[in-house]
Design a protein around this ligand. Structure first.
Ligand code: ZN
Length: 333
């Protein structure tokens, strides 16, 4: 983990320095913005995710320090812990709680979202939406949360004491890195283009990898019974709403920070991701023993295909059956 962290943080620093201080032409800036975007995603997957789950280290201070890498790259670690650790992890794929499935009505990721006519093309446009969601996160969502303390219909505690220092300091560092320093050296259009290319790469890769585990054909989308109660036990809910992928790929395991082992991550979020390949067969065997279906896609591409097919299925208008209509299956019986 330490070597991996050093490699990822060094690639972030190097690609940022080359992009801002060295590149003088668009053909140099474009690949560097891609590299910067990918190194930011790698920080998210491999460093800050474990750290903010207290899974990086046994030392609390180290988890806190590395959790702040998220603030440096533009997201508030304070609000992310609420959004991800509390709402996403406790209520996976549940409308009204899990913000990962909320595309503010522009996309339909679950059968429980209202259908709109333009969703029929969502398998084409949702990728750009994923990119735009990070721009919104950087420049709007965290500030709105800090002012209102409201996340959908829930209230979240606003930062207190030192958390304010991390929130404000993080935003200042990020805005300086993304806008103030580049504007001292480059024209406004170039800074805007560099920010957008980098951020859209971050958004697409981040969202796709998270969606491949929960928004695919064989994942469940349960609804609450009311007052935050679910029909299934917590562990069963975690397994039924998650789908692993590319479990045998060493590259996926290294690059994706265990996000291809979401079943294991959701059952054991406090275990560092480097251990997931070893515990996956034990989890799979235990699921079989208890009659809980353990689902996985063999490769990254088959998971991507499954997400695409799911988007297409959710984009079609739901069939409203007439109470007196006899279904084809019913008639055959
Ligand atoms: Zn997590």
């Amino acid at each position: 983990m330490y070597a991996k962290t050093a490699i990822i943080l060094a690639s972030f620093a190097l690609s940022y320095a080359l992009l801002v201080f060295v590149a003088t032409a668009w053909w140099q800036a474009l690949p560097l913005a891609f590299a910067l975007g990918l190194s930011i995603v790698a920080i998210g997957f491999n460093v800050m995710h474990d750290a903010n789950h207290e899974a990086y280290s046994d030392h609390r201070w180290l988890n806190r320090a590395l959790g702040m890498t998220l603030d440096v790259v533009g997201g508030s670690s304070h609000f992310w812990r609420w959004k991800h650790n509390v709402f996403h992890h406790t209520f996976v794929n549940v409308v009204g709680y899990d913000t990962d499935i909320n595309l503010v009505g522009l996309g339909r990721l679950t059968p429980h979202h209202r259908h709109a006519w333009f969703h029929r093309w969502q398998h084409f446009y949702v990728w750009f939406l994923y990119g735009a969601m990070v721009v919104k996160w950087h420049l709007y969502d965290d500030f709105r949360l800090a002012l209102t303390g409201r996340m959908a219909q829930h209230s979240v505690p606003r930062p207190r004491g030192s958390q304010w220092a991390v929130f404000v300091g993080g935003k200042l560092v990020f805005l300086s890195l993304a806008f103030v320093i580049p504007l001292l050296l480059h024209p406004v259009w170039a800074v805007a283009a560099g920010y957008l290319v980098t951020t859209v790469i971050v958004g697409i890769v981040l969202a796709v990898v998270f969606q491949l585990a929960h928004c695919v054909e064989h994942a469940d989308f349960p609804t609450e019974l009311g007052a935050g109660r679910m029909a299934t036990a917590w562990a069963v809910h975690q397994v039924e709403t998650s789908v692993d992928f590319a479990r045998d790929s060493r590259a996926a395991c290294w690059l994706l920070g265990g996000l291809n082992f979401q079943i294991e991550h959701h059952l054991f979020p406090h275990i560092c991701h480097v251990n997931y390949p070893a515990i996956a067969p034990l989890v799979e065997r235990t699921c079989r023993e208890f009659g809980v279906e353990y689902k996985h896609n063999k490769t990254f591409l088959s998971a991507l295909r499954s997400h695409y097919d799911w988007l297409r299925a959710m984009g079609r208008a739901p069939v409203r059956s007439h109470p007196l209509a006899i279904s084809a299956e019913g008639a055959a019986d």
